[in-house]
Design a binder for this molecule. Structure first.
Ligand code: NAP
Length: 359
């Protein structure tokens, strides 16, 4: 099969990656073989390729050469496991739905930039009624956003929520979920171009204010946030980029900050003086979606139910950027992500759903 394979070392510039031919994987007794129809490159894939992510772990064998890059995908079931528990969704299962050959599925597992992937039941879900593989693929990674707004920040109607990296995959959905809960949302974006796109798609994202926070720029944006909140500050910050120190300056008293990611930190973590937290009686909480789901599977199921429900009701919509066709386009997609061109999510089409359904 064709795959974006890193045979022996990490790679500094993932935009140079091209597909090569490697053997099609053979599923173990408890695994499904999936023909991938779509994959969705994200910021973490860049770090995985460069060896800069906490998942680049030689001991656990995750994301350590030789490995196939990629995480989020949608596809069609080619073969089901031979062990009964796995095929009905028992054992390590997620949603408990029986999976059959030719079912459309979506999920996340290392190795998604390929034509085929072998996964356990817990890594995939059936594409819900009324959604396409493209939509499911674009949205698979953002259950994180739903959980951070609903379960971690516990956003209440009427609260003001600020989202950093709002033009990104997680950020855009954080905005939509917070709006769906009745919050006022302030979106922070990196430049005027993305601000214009965000303002233009207010029907989809529906934020109340879009504020530009330029990399290496001044702190005017903090004054804009304070003006928008009439001097009170925001109740909740969902931080995708690593701006806790600055966010504390425009946080309301007793405000909450949820740390989701560090997209703007270039691998250098920020240091925050603890007295700043005390002075505002602030709560700062980290949230690691994957590990939380592994430790608390029942909670994970509630998250998926709520998130997919919002998607099916049309309260959340994928924001798709550009057009990417085939594994040959994965390098370009990763380059566009790294260059911060992307607004919303990239989905790369790898095969036709209709054709693969006949497998
Ligand atoms: N906590 C979890 O469980 C979890 C799960 C998945 C991912 N993450 C992490 O969450 C973060 C956001 O993920 P994502 O998928 O939303 O990423 P994404 O789609 O690449 O979006 C990140 C956004 O950050 C902004 N940004 C600011 N400075 C940047 C820089 N120097 N380089 C790249 N982007 C920059 C960009 O918007 P502007 O250009 O408009 O500023 C971009 O849209 C990442 O750090 C990711 O690793 C966390």
């Amino acid at each position: 099969m064709k795959a974006i394979h890193l045979p022996s070392s990490f790679i500094p510039d993932p935009s140079t990656l091209t597909p090569t031919h490697i053997p099609t994987p053979i599923p173990k007794d408890d695994e499904y073989l999936i023909r991938i129809t779509h994959c969705s490159p994200q910021h973490a894939d860049i770090l995985h390729a460069q060896g800069k992510h906490q998942n680049n772990n030689a001991k656990r064998g995750w994301c350590f050469p030789p490995f196939v890059l990629g995480y989020d995908f949608a596809g069609v079931v080619c073969t089901v496991p031979t062990t009964a528990a796995s095929s009905i969704g028992g054992g390590d299962s997620g949603d408990g739905v029986r999976m059959r050959k030719a079912d459309m599925v979506f999920g996340a597992a290392i190795g998604a930039f390929a034509e085929y992937i072998c996964v356990k039941r817990s890594a995939v879900r059936r594409v819900p009624e009324g959604l396409s593989n493209e939509t499911a693929c674009a949205m698979v990674g953002q259950a994180v956003s739903y959980a951070s707004v609903v379960q971690i920040a516990k956003v209440r109607p009427g609260e003001t929520v600020m989202v950093s990296g709002a033009s990104g995959g997680l950020g855009g959905v954080c905005c939509m979920v917070a709006k769906a809960l009745g919050a006022r949302v302030v979106a922070l974006v990196g430049d005027e171009g993305k601000a214009a796109l965000m303002r233009g798609s207010m029907g989809d994202v529906g934020v109340d204010a879009v504020i530009v926070m330029r990399e290496g720029g001044g702190r005017e944006w903090i004054e804009e946030v304070m003006a928008f909140t009439e001097g009170k500050g925001v109740d909740v910050v969902l931080d995708n980029t690593g701006v806790v120190d600055d966010a504390l300056r425009c946080l309301a008293y007793f405000g909450r900050i949820v740390i989701l990611g560090f997209a703007a930190r270039k691998g250098v973590m920020e240091e925050v003086k603890m007295n700043k937290l005390l002075l505002k009686s602030a709560t700062v909480v980290g949230y690691r979606f994957g590990e939380s789901g592994r430790r608390f599977p029942d909670e994970l199921e509630k998250i998926w139910e709520g998130y997919l429900g919002m998607l099916q009701e049309g309260r959340l919509k994928p924001l798709l950027y550009g057009r990417y066709d085939g594994l040959e386009d994965v390098g370009r997609a990763l380059g566009d992500l790294a260059a911060r061109k992307v607004y919303g999510k990239i989905v790369v089409k790898i095969a036709n759903e209709e054709e693969t359904a006949k497998l």
